[in-house]
Ligand binder design. Structure first.
Ligand code: DMJ
Length: 643
């Protein structure tokens, strides 16, 4: 019998074998063909035997390990002190090992493996009978099933929790016709911004109102996750734009998916998405918003896996890998980013009953409390690996701002119970007043920036939010200095209004100086832009709520008109590149915060105070209102979800 495997494939004859003198000293000559054939036969039989032995004979070392595995898996830990009992539902051995049963188990497992194997082979054979397209369709169906299962798991209803009474979500209609008209104008602007986004940028993060297409920045990663929709929801709701709200809700329900391979800013996603979703949930009672907020929060948690628990600035939503901005001092995380999570995370724990979120932000607070602060000031940079400050820069504007805001708001949101937060706020504000707040030669109060022991006499548009913060924190301030802080708020509002008033367009520049004879004016070309930011209007609104001084409505109206005149285009609203130029060019971006904040604060400024009253609501840094957690004053019936 010939071994087919040894026949030459091409039919070519095998070359004569020369086994050499050392192998067969008495047969130096070349072997005859029949001898060669026999030799080949023997060789092939030997090889077959070796193969067989290798694959089919039991390997004793493996056998041993298999036994151990069996023991581990099938026979849970024996509590010998109990002499072999039935523990936790598992059958436990008596004294010593039962060899017979062991062998039976092995046999059973072997049979199972064999049967599984055969089944898999059968399935594979069946598969191969199918066409490539059929196989691909089947794989896709399987994949979809898994995704659906995961979705189901993710969207399990959360336990109902007693919710705060939600006061003032449908009010605010002013009696005065003029104020009503102004309010309606602002609502019309919101509709213009939304409708154009709806038409040209739907599902994208933001809109390019001139190019009439979607726009995005790296803070949202590389996916289209509808930032404008989420950011705008609560503004639509309070303006009574309910059809638009429902459109947004439907998009979120069907399309908002955070299982994307995308690296996002933890801070931005928290303030805009989690804040926006939570506010939409509280206002409307629609579960979908709460569920999405919780799903997203879960995706942000890996950002906290650093040696100190100070989160990375960015996290990949799919892999959970985090990192910091390349431009940040010495690989640091940013104070205004990791310090602006508290409000949303406390609400997440409140709504889910899961303390994980609360613990993350409290850990950050504890760590900051323990650290030395140069001159009592918090530097903007903190290294999440070493727990050390980076450069000693302190700002109440970009990189620092909302950290201070959230200390105050943590206290307010806790129904003024969180005294630790209030103390941190009071201490920080005292140091800021001492080292950063000055009066210009022309009598304008400004907040500068501290850079390595030197005060830079420059204030950012972002810093203008602080006027509202001082006013909001006046009540409950240390040494009963409420009057002082209200006054400070008014002075900052005045300075920021000046920064608008001293421009050609009556819109504020990104940063303005108080130096070299210049007061509240931008000097550098790259600081002359206005990108639809809210901070100055935010301060007008807080000042209005606390003082009812009509000048704040007047200033707000000036800003409304300027925005409508210079930033409105037929495809929405755009930022402008130079507020000192009478023929400004557009940056062609309709920022999502324009709908979330700028238009909301303007609308509130021309509404009665019973719309979102400040005793019951605290606005996150993106102007998303979250209810004060009056724990003694909660009721399930107050939750619109149960109405
Ligand atoms: C908003 O996203 C928030 O207000 C944030 O706190 C800082 N800046 C922008 C708007 O200017």
């Amino acid at each position: 019998m010939t071994t087919p495997a040894l026949l030459p494939l091409s039919g070519r004859r095998l070359p004569p074998l020369n086994l050499g003198a050392s192998a067969f000293p008495h047969h130096r000559a070349t072997l005859r063909l029949s001898e060669k054939f026999i030799l080949l036969l023997i060789l092939s039989a030997f090889i077959t035997l070796c193969f067989g032995a290798f694959f089919f004979l039991p390997d004793s070392s493996k056998h041993k390990r298999f036994d151990l595995g069996l023991e581990d898996v099938l026979i849970p830990h024996v509590d010998t002190s109990k002499g072999g009992k039935n523990l936790g539902g598992f059958l436990i051995h008596g004294q010593g090992h039962d060899e017979h049963r062991h062998r039976e188990e092995e046999e059973r497992l072997r049979n199972k493996i064999r049967a599984d194997h055969e089944k898999a082979l059968e399935e594979a054979k069946e598969k191969l009978k199918k066409s490539r397209d059929e196989i691909q369709a089947e794989i896709q169906t399987e994949k979809n099933k898994v995704v659906q299962e995961l979705k189901k798991k993710d969207s399990k209803p959360l336990p109902p929790v007693p919710l705060p009474n939600l006061i003032g979500i449908n009010s605010g209609e002013p009696a005065d016709a003029d104020i009503r008209e102004k309010r309606n104008k602002i609502k019309e602007m919101m509709k213009h911004a939304w409708d154009n986004y709806r038409q040209y940028g739907w599902g994208h993060n933001e809109l390019k109102p001139i190019a009439r297409k979607g726009h995005s920045t790296n803070i949202f990663g590389n996916s289209q996750i509808g930032a404008t929709i989420v950011d705008a929801l609560d503004t639509l709701y309070i303006m009574g734009l309910h059809d638009e709200f429902r459109e947004g809700q439907e998009w979120i329900d069907k399309n908002l998916d955070f299982s994307v391979n995308s690296e996002v800013s933890v801070f931005e996603v928290n303030i805009r998405f989690i804040g926006g979703l939570l506010a939409a949930y509280y206002l409307s009672g629609q579960e979908v918003f709460k569920i999405k907020a919780v799903q997203l929060a879960g995706k942000l948690l890996p950002a906290f896996n650093t040696p100190t628990g100070i989160p990375w600035a960015m996290v990949n939503l799919k892999s959970g890998v985090g990192r910091n901005w390349g431009w940040a001092s010495a690989g640091s995380s940013i104070l205004a980013e990791f310090g602006t999570l508290h409000m949303e995370f406390v609400h997440l724990s409140y709504l889910t009953g899961d303390p994980v979120y609360y613990n993350k932000v409290m850990h950050i607070r504890k760590l900051l409390q323990k650290m030395d602060r140069p001159n009592g000031l918090y530097p903007n940079y903190l290294n999440p690996r070493t727990g050390r400050w980076g450069q000693h820069h302190t700002s109440v504007g970009g990189l620092g701002d909302s950290f201070y805001e959230y200390l105050l708001k943590a206290w307010l949101m806790s129904d003024k119970m969180d005294m630790e937060a209030r103390k941190m706020y009071d201490d920080a504000i005292e140091a800021i007043e001492k080292h950063l707040i000055r009066k210009s030669n022309g009598g304008l109060t400004f907040i500068g920036e501290w850079k390595n022991g030197h005060l830079e006499r420059k204030m950012g548009h972002l810093t203008c939010f602080a006027g509202g913060m001082f006013a909001l924190g006046a009540d409950g301030s240390r040494d009963d200095k409420a009057g002082h802080y209200l006054q400070l708020g008014a002075e900052i509002a005045h300075t920021c209004h000046e920064s608008y008033d001293r421009t050609t367009l009556k819109l504020g520049p990104e940063a303005f100086k108080f130096d070299g004879g210049v007061e509240a004016v931008a000097v550098r070309q790259n600081e002359k832009y206005y990108i639809l930011r809210p901070e100055v209007i935010e301060t007008y609104w807080y000042m209005w709520r606390f003082t009812h001084d009509p000048k704040y409505r007047q200033w707000g109206w000036e800003a409304t008109q300027a925005i409508d005149k210079y930033c409105r285009v037929s495809g929405g609203f755009s930022g402008v590149k130079d507020v000192y130029s009478s023929s400004p060019t557009y940056d062609d971006v309709q920022q999502s915060f324009f709908l979330a904040e700028t238009l909301k604060y303007l609308y509130l400024l021309f509404s009665n105070d019973d719309l979102l009253p400040l005793d019951n609501w605290v606005f996150n840094t993106e102007a998303h209102p979250l209810p004060v957690l009056h724990l003694a004053n909660t009721t399930l019936s107050g939750n619109p979800a149960y109405r």
